[in-house]
Ligand binder design. Sequence first.
Ligand SMILES: [Zn+2]
Length: 109
Amino acid sequence: MKAHPTNIQADRSARILSISWNDGKTTTYPFDGLRLACPCVECKGGHAKMGNVTPPSVVQNAPNLGIQLENLQAVGSYALQPLWSDGHSTGMYTWELLRALAPVDSEQN
Ligand SMILES: [Zn+2]
């Protein structure tokens, strides 16, 4: 079964994105870390590196970049596309990627 979000909440004062999943898990991401993990070609430095996923520890402990979430758009029913305060908006964060970017205890399947 593929996990998909049941609730997505952006806390703009704490600068944290929280996602509740249909399997009962909740994952949270600091905006700075999410921005850092942007999966687009530009941020990943070329197609060859596009498969590389930023480790959850890096996302969770990202340096304070002061990044704000300006807008958050759903892409079909499989991804989120954030607009960041630095003007960047080409990253599409699939559910799969979002799960890979957060520490989730004992998942599998
Ligand atoms: Zn990007």
